[in-house]
Design a protein around this ligand. Structure first.
Ligand SMILES: [Zn+2]
Length: 198
């Protein structure tokens, strides 16, 4: 779980705290993945995450881009066709505190007063949730599995977090993608990628 996906602690009525990943966190991370890969697969992307700049970018490219079409965009009066649920832990989760040193990006030296502490979720904690696709045209559906694949590959080599994911209950997606070149990708996404992660 890298810093790209924020988790939240909430306190329930009986005083126990529950850790979960809000729908908006996961959707945001997946949207960034979609922006990164969209153009390589022939989709249009405004490559913009800052809401105030999206409209400007769309004017430049002459319309709503495919990423915004799928993930929604500010000022739209239509709901996003992708509906995410919160991701809830499938078992007990303890967070660990980790003290880190902040490095100044420009000088690559330790920044002054740079010790900071973050909480993170240790590996092998599993969260589950749903993504619904509502009225997404077939040719655009593939952007979702492509983005999921990018999300779990994207952290390689950066060392700041690792996320794995898999798709379960994908019957409907199977129906859309079977007999296309994408059925293999979907099958891969039904298995963990980081099987040997200790
Ligand atoms: Zn856009």
């Amino acid at each position: 779980m890298g810093p790209d996906i924020q988790f939240v602690k909430r306190i329930s009525y009986n005083g126990e705290s529950q850790i979960y990943i809000p729908a908006s966190s996961f959707k945001g991370a997946l949207r960034s993945s979609a922006s990164r890969i969209a153009e390589s697969y022939g989709f249009k992307s405004c490559e913009e995450i800052r809401p105030e700049r999206i409209r400007e970018k769309h004017e430049k490219i002459g319309g709503i881009c495919n990423v915004c079409e799928l993930f929604g965009y500010p000022g739209s009066n239509l709901p996003s066709p992708l509906i995410f649920s919160d991701l809830l832990p499938t078992g007990p989760v303890e967070t660990l505190a980790l003290t880190r040193v902040r490095i100044d990006d420009r000088s690559m030296r330790t920044a002054e007063g740079a010790l900071f502490s973050t909480e993170y979720i240790p590996p092998q904690c599993e969260f589950a949730g749903t993504i619904e696709l509502i009225n997404v045209p077939e040719e655009k559906t593939i952007l979702l599995p492509l983005s999921l694949a990018e999300l779990r590959l994207g952290r390689i080599g950066r060392g700041s977090g690792l996320i794995d994911l898999k798709i379960e209950n994908a019957d409907e997606l199977d129906n859309v993608l079977k007999n296309t070149v994408w059925s293999n990708l979907l099958n891969e996404l039904k298995e963990w990628l980081w099987n040997d992660y200790p």
